[in-house]
Ligand binder design. Structure first.
Ligand code: QAP
Ligand code: CO
Length: 176
């Protein structure tokens, strides 16, 4: 097991389309293990391969709430095959640390994917899991939650991020 580096905005790898996994071998299973370890260490509730610099269609999710007894979900080549309803949820992302905003999503989704054992699975989800699945599958297609904010929210994000980067530069110059 190994911790991987989480790439943060505006790293270009976050804007790229991940490629389908064609063979689920020990290399892919190790990547899944390392992604899970990296997610738990952060800590976060979801991670997509783009975020650790790998353009492969792999996501891991663990909502880590005692009332949700789901445990670790690892999905390969996940696709949303059905979506219904709309909902809004305040999202964050390990690749956009310290920024949170409400994002409009589908309320219920059905996802088809391969399990780490190579089995075809179909997952029906609502609530927080439905949000997490849409957020992570978005990553595989090169989208961040800040791309889904609408023009006003996106400008607010860019302004805040620029200010944060400028403040960081100042503290670096001071050596603090
Ligand atoms: C995606 O997000 C997600 O800003 C996973 O400073 C978001 O794990 C799924 C995190 C909303 C469902 C709903 C964010 C950690 C973690 C931060 C995360 C931070 C430290 C985010
Ligand atoms: Co994310």
């Amino acid at each position: 097991m190994a911790l991987l580096t989480i790439h943060t905005y505006p790293d270009p790898v976050l804007k790229e389309q991940a490629k389908p996994v064609t063979e689920i071998d020990s290399r892919v299973r190790k990547l899944i293990d390392d992604m899970a370890e990296t997610m738990y260490d952060a800590p976060g509730i979801g991670l997509a391969a783009n975020q650790v610099g790998k353009l492969e269609q792999i996501i891991v999710i663990d909502l880590q709430k005692p009332e949700i007894q789901q445990g670790l979900i690892a999905l390969i080549n996940p696709v949303i095959i059905k979506a219904e309803g709309t909902t809004k949820y305040e999202e964050g992302c390990l690749s956009v640390p310290g920024f949170y905003a409400k994002v409009k999503r589908h309320e219920k989704v059905t996802v088809r994917a391969l399990s780490p054992e190579g089995k075809q699975i179909t997952l029906e989800a609502d609530g927080l899991l439905a949000i997490a699945l849409q957020h992570e599958i978005d990553h595989l297609n090169g989208y961040l939650f800040v791309d889904r904010l609408g023009p006003v929210g996106r400008e607010l994000f860019k302004r805040k991020w620029k200010k944060r980067m400028a403040d960081k530069g100042k503290s670096f110059a001071r050596g603090s």
